[in-house]
Design a protein. Structure first.
Lengths: 287, 273
């Protein structure tokens, strides 16, 4: 077969999606009511109070949204992504912008701290040994565990969210930068030494490009973690953001909205990862 | 010594934890415009000596003087061609050479740098590949770029650490010819490590023979008695070639190991086979 691999893979992907949607449709279709005795009005009301919908003789729905309902909701959201009807009713685009802003700020701060510090650790065995125990202890702490301390000291929930993003992004970048910098080939450094290259030029023209692929890998990992953490953080602190949106819609018992938000979170996460993959490709060199 | 340029005095290197020095009492000098090769078995410290001359390593004892001044640390006065070409893989040939040129003359304009780079890339015959990255070049081309980079800073002295070791015989021959031509043009003083006896005879005016380590020394200095305009193609027709070659091979095969542990003479014997 002359069909290229890429096309075949795409076809298979579409097929899998169709199977998934089909299964979903089947699972959520209204079922004819069971052969049991008809419910009295009191029983129906009781069922409704339990959050179940006994649907009567016309058939019961599982309560889980069908693909069609999902599509309607999605179109509704996408048609008006930026509306703002007060604290508990904002467009999905607006919520995403809040989340991306927090991630951007926290991640940016982490870059400013991790890359220079990583350089220092990578170049000085003394600093490396001195800081290593701290890094090893701080790294495995779940970023959300910092939340109470952040909320207590910073007192602002939004800034606390940014802090949590900062603290979770910093470690992979720090470790990768240090690793990349310490792994710069000795011969490139020797070339620079025999050419009497000044330290600043050495850092920017030799070490940085040599370590760039490793640093970018660290950034990509950090961004992945930051996007995971922002949803959880926003569920916790509330107010705005895609994480808060998910939590709010759960409280509204609107599973359709929750599902839509989940899809959007996944797509945006993929987009961010692609962005870093591209940057990584741009700085990678073949030896 | 007439026209003495580089003088090495009682150089020794002992690595921490090792009982005996790798080499000690290494004494020799290089004249201006001279091409000197150093030959010896692995582990006798040739590369260490070269690194000390380059200023990249510290000797445990002894001194190196260039042009009457002691060598302390690396300098733009001594260009180095490394064993692995040591090109920066993220830069094109042009920018690899320009990196060195800008280090030498930081005040130059981009145009001046570029003109200079092109001149030296042309010298090694790579003008067609000037905007390629090292990965797109063959091993021989990479090594040529390394040579162009070292020549481009117009150092007072060139240090070559077995630059053709990883190349096939044909490529090696072409680059040797090029190196000879460039050195004749520029009257460059060169110190080169090699494992290849024929290469040493073709290129060097004098060949330093090192005894085996530990406590290796420059045991003999062999003067190349063949005319300086020797050619690779006709070299082996000269009877002197076999005399020199046999002398070198005899030393390496049978005599060098008996001269380890400091049994080599304190001052190297100069021979003209």
């Amino acid at each position: 077969m002359a069909v290229p691999l890429k096309l075949r893979a795409a076809l298979l992907s579409v097929l899998l999606l169709a199977v998934f949607v089909g299964a979903w449709q089947l699972a959520t279709r209204p079922v004819a009511s069971a052969s049991g005795p008809a419910l009295t009005p009191e029983q129906i009301e009781y069922q409704k109070m339990l959050g179940k919908d006994p649907g009567g003789a016309s058939g019961t729905s599982s309560g889980f949204p069908t693909p069609a309902q999902f599509a309607t909701t999605a179109i509704g959201h996408l048609a008006r992504p930026f509306y703002d009807n007060g604290p508990n009713d904002k467009g999905i685009g607006l919520q995403l912008a809040y989340s991306l802003g927090r991630v951007g700020l926290g991640f940016g701060l982490a870059v400013l701290v991790a890359v220079p510090l990583g350089f220092l650790i990578g170049m000085s065995p003394l600093v490396h040994r001195a800081l290593d125990p701290f890094i090893q202890v701080l790294k495995p702490i779940s970023p959300l565990a910092w939340m109470p301390i952040a909320l207590y000291t910073i007192k602002d929930s939004s800034v606390s969210g940014i802090f949590v993003i900062f603290i979770c992004s910093v470690w992979p970048m720090l470790i990768n930068t240090a690793f990349g910098v310490s792994g710069v080939r000795r011969e490139w450094l020797n070339v620079a030494r025999t050419l009497e290259v000044k330290p600043q030029r050495l850092a920017f023209e030799v070490i940085l490009p040599a370590a760039a692929p490793t640093i970018l890998t660290g950034m990509r990992i950090s961004m992945g973690i930051a996007w995971l953490v922002i949803v959880a953080a926003e569920m916790l602190v509330g107010g705005t953001g895609i994480g808060y949106f998910v939590w709010n819609e759960w409280n509204n018992l609107s599973l359709t909205n929750v599902m839509f938000a989940i899809t959007v979170i996944g797509l945006v996460g993929m987009g961010l990862d692609q962005l870093f993959a591209r940057a990584q490709k741009a700085v990678t060199y073949a030896e | 010594m007439p026209n003495e340029f580089l003088r090495i005095e009682a150089l020794a290197k002992t690595y921490p934890g090792a009982g005996e020095a790798v080499f000690d009492g290494v004494d020799f000098e290089i004249r201006r415009g001279e091409f000197v090769c150093i030959v010896g078995h692995s582990g006798c410290g040739k590369t260490t000596i070269l690194n000390v001359l380059a200023g990249l390593e510290q000797a445990s004892a002894g001194h190196v003087f260039m042009d009457g001044r002691e060598v302390a640390g690396p300098s733009l006065d001594r260009g180095v061609v490394f064993q692995g070409h040591a090109l920066m893989p993220w830069l094109t040939v042009r920018r690899n050479v320009a990196f060195a040129v800008r280090s030498r003359w930081p005040e130059w304009s981009a145009k001046q740098v570029d003109a200079h780079v092109e001149e030296f890339v042309r010298l090694v015959g790579l003008e067609h590949a000037i905007d390629k990255k090292p990965q797109a070049l063959s091993g021989g081309m990479k090594q040529r770029v390394g040579i162009a980079r070292a020549f481009a800073i117009q150092p007072k002295m060139l240090l070559l650490d077995e630059p053709f070791g990883a190349l096939d015989a044909l490529t090696r021959g072409t680059i040797q010819d090029e190196l000879l031509r460039i050195c004749a043009q520029t009257h460059q003083t060169v110190f080169m490590i090699t494992h290849d006896v024929d290469e040493a005879i073709l290129l060097a005016d004098r060949i330093l023979l090192m005894s085996n380590g530990p406590r290796a020394r420059v045991a003999e200095i062999v003067v190349n008695t063949m005319p300086r305009d020797r050619q690779r193609a006709t070299l082996h027709h000269d009877p002197a070639y076999y005399r020199i070659r046999n002398h070198l091979v005899d030393f390496l095969v049978s005599r060098s190991k008996d001269l380890s542990h400091g049994r080599a003479p304190a001052t190297p014997v100069e021979v003209s086979p």
